[in-house]
Design a protein around this ligand. Structure first.
Ligand code: PLP
Length: 292
């Protein structure tokens, strides 16, 4: 049984802004489920339905040792009575290497560890043959979800976020790792509203590439709040996250949502948005565990 807090709530927040006519809301996808939080559920949802439609009862996916997506896939599959297989980057790892992998294994995920060179080939069409040989897997029953849930079904599932919002908003903002959530939101965005993505990577070309695969909408990706790259942080960012939590009660993580909210509030304070704008910051989740 899977109990999800959907539709997620929209919370108006009081945070001191340079322009007090601007209304700021947070869409609380972080509260969807403790182990399958935020956009990880949104991206898995339609993939799992498709697997069931194809009578496949094993979900195979990919990720790094700290991947939220691996964790979410293991938990969701377990709760839905499906099997799961995680292909993890790094042959030196094992299921006890960290809490994330231990959690996945405890949820019944079969873990396989791949050297980086082979892992790099994961999106090639004949990759299942490589996996099948190496780990003796039977692909008859296996449904493959790409790393980070970054496919068209993943994006489509994220469109639900927009459909749940009843407020007439001007902007929705979100953190981008692969850009899949952003693409899904762009595809379902009302005409009068805009979406702004904030890259958490120093080099955002992979995000642009992925967005282009998933949508032909115009978009704005802000690339100046990456803090040196993926999961990089400093005192200023951590201090902001503390302060945000004190003032709003909402916890952020330094990999994704902390960087996005810092960037958003900075942009508000330098006059990027028109007075009276209604802005929704999407809390994509990922704070209950190691936050990566
Ligand atoms: C995975 C993740 C993202 C990145 O989502 P993409 O669809 O890959 O851009 C953003 N926020 C959180 C909290 C995440 O766990």
């Amino acid at each position: 049984m899977l109990q999800l807090n959907i539709p997620s709530s929209l919370q108006k927040i009081e945070y001191p802004l340079m322009d007090s006519s601007i209304e700021l809301y947070v869409k609380r996808d972080d509260l969807i489920h403790p182990d399958i939080s935020g956009n990880k559920w949104r991206k898995l949802n339609l993939n799992i339905l498709q697997a069931e439609r194809e009578h496949k009862n094993v979900i195979l996916t990919f990720g790094g040792a700290y991947s939220n997506h691996i964790r979410a896939t293991a938990a969701a599959a377990n709760m839905l009575g499906l099997k799961s297989i995680g292909i993890i980057r790094g042959e030196e790892l094992n299921k006890n290497s960290n809490e994330n992998l231990r959690f996945a294994a405890q949820n019944g995920m079969e873990l396989h560890f791949l050297d980086r060179e082979t892992y790099f080939l994961r999106n090639h069409t004949d990759f299942s043959a490589i996996l099948s040989n190496r780990f003796n897997l039977d692909f008859e029953k296996i449904f493959i979800v790409p790393e980070g849930g970054a496919n068209a079904l993943g994006a489509k599932g994220c469109g639900e976020i927009i459909k749940e919002i009843e407020l007439d908003f001007d902007y929705i903002t979100l953190a981008c790792g692969t850009g899949t959530t952003f693409a899904g939101i762009l595809n379902d965005l009302p005409l009068k509203s805009k979406a702004l993505g904030f890259s958490v990577l120093k080099e955002a070309s992979s995000i642009h590439h992925n967005i282009r695969q998933l949508t032909d909408k115009n978009y704005t990706l802000i690339e100046e709040y990456h803090w040196g790259g993926y999961a990089k942080k400093n005192e200023e960012l951590l201090r902001f996250m503390e302060d945000f939590k004190d003032k709003t009660g909402i916890k952020l993580d330094y990999v994704y949502t902390g960087k996005m909210l810092f960037g958003l509030i900075d942009k508000i304070n330098i006059g990027y948005f028109k007075p009276q704008s209604k802005i929704i910051a999407l809390h994509t989740g990922g704070v209950l565990n190691a936050s990566i």
